[in-house]
Design a protein around this ligand. Structure first.
Ligand SMILES: NC(=O)c1ccc[n+]([C@@H]2O[C@H](COP(=O)([O-])OP(=O)(O)OC[C@H]3O[C@@H](n4cnc5c(N)ncnc54)[C@H](OP(=O)(O)O)[C@@H]3O)[C@@H](O)[C@H]2O)c1
Length: 308
């Protein structure tokens, strides 16, 4: 299939490009500020996706069988800092891509977030549970889900993803890479002991997205995540143990939502996702945390510190 991938230089997009290439697909991928090579792309397009005219021109020029949207302003804090840009990337872009997919009768695969939920439930959120985002990023992701469904319900699938692990193209984007940056700089990262997430790797999610390009019978909003629910501090401790670092080499400090009340108001406390019915319908299996950790590399910028 000919796949049009936005955000090919991001954590998920880069993983998707390689997973799709392994499955024999022809991937046309967009990048913006990232300048280094992106493996897996047959064609690379440099474009500002906040320009709707440029987006339409490129999609119509390449006439893909599927459009996969991995572009976003993906950090909640960045959405708060740049709300207009975040609206353009997180809401207007997926709405436009969905309309284009409908126009071309192309498959549309979009990514939303666990953060459409408030995080107050003691159990797992099902895909049909009412969303109730508590921050701008979550509200934008919910708006994108609704816009995609309105524009291309019969062509589109939206996957709500959890906190993602992985080796990002720039080496500084994902959780373990930020921990390494802190440790290498002599800082002690502070992590919540009472904020819970169900992480998986971008590689695992990418396998799901490739399958969903090929499986047009799966539509609507569905959930994907790993198999383990862990606190942020426990996750960081598991990263440290995986790389065989000691608490002296790689210190971590715990903090609580009560101690950080202002920040905690905009952060869902507990995000557990019920993966049915998607998990039973795909070849790709939800990933245990132990397997996810195995795939992580020491980021290039911290190698000298790690080896020294
Ligand atoms: N990371 C997570 O933990 C997580 C969790 C749940 C859901 N998600 C969702 O998963 C999807 C992928 O996230 P990610 O973590 O892979 O994001 P990411 O690493 O931040 O990558 C964002 C991508 O969007 C591109 N982009 C940003 N602004 C652009 C612009 N104006 N024009 C063109 N391209 C632009 C970036 O291009 P350049 O780098 O080349 O500028 C990059 O390729 C998003 O929908 C995100 O909301 C992520």
């Amino acid at each position: 299939m000919k796949l049009f991938l936005t955000g090919a230089s991001g954590l998920v997009g880069a993983a998707f490009a390689q997973a799709a290439e392994r499955r024999g697909h022809h991937v046309i991928g967009t990048t913006h500020r990232y300048a280094d090579p992106v493996p897996g792309l047959r064609t690379r397009l440099s474009v500002d996706l906040s320009d709707p005219a440029a987006v339409t021109a490129l999609v119509l020029e390449h006439f893909p069988d599927a459009i996969v949207n991995c572009a976003a302003v993906s950090a909640p804090d960045e959405c708060d800092r740049q709300p207009a840009l975040a609206q353009a990337l997180n809401v207007d872009l997926p709405a436009q891509l969905a309309r284009l997919a409908h126009h071309l009768s192309a498959r549309f695969v979009h990514i939303s977030s666990e953060q459409v939920f408030p995080g107050t439930s003691a159990g797992a959120y099902a895909a049909g549970d009412p969303p109730e985002p508590i921050n701008l990023y979550g509200r934008q992701k919910l708006a994108s889900e609704q816009a995609v469904a309105a524009a291309a319900a019969e062509f589109a699938v939206t996957v709500r993803a959890p906190l993602l692990l992985g080796n990002s193209p720039g080496g500084g984007r994902s959780l373990h890479e930020r921990l390494f940056a802190d440790w290498a700089a002599g800082r002690t990262p502070r992590l919540f002991t009472d904020e819970f997430r169900q992480p998986c790797t971008a590689d695992n999610l990418a396998e799901v997205l490739v399958e969903l390009c090929e499986r047009r019978d799966v539509r609507g909003v569905c959930h994907w995540a790993g198999t383990d629910l862990v606190s942020r501090l426990e996750l960081a401790e598991r990263v440290r143990a995986h790389f065989k670092l000691t608490p002296q080499q790689a210190p971590l400090a715990g903090t609580t939502r009560a101690d950080q009340a202002e920040a905690a108001r905009r952060r869902p406390a507990r995000l557990e996702l019920d993966l049915r019915p998607l998990a039973g319908r795909l070849r790709t299996q939800p990933e245990p945390l132990a397997a996810a950790l195995e795939s992580l590399h020491v980021p290039p910028a911290a190698r000298a510190w790690y080896l020294g």
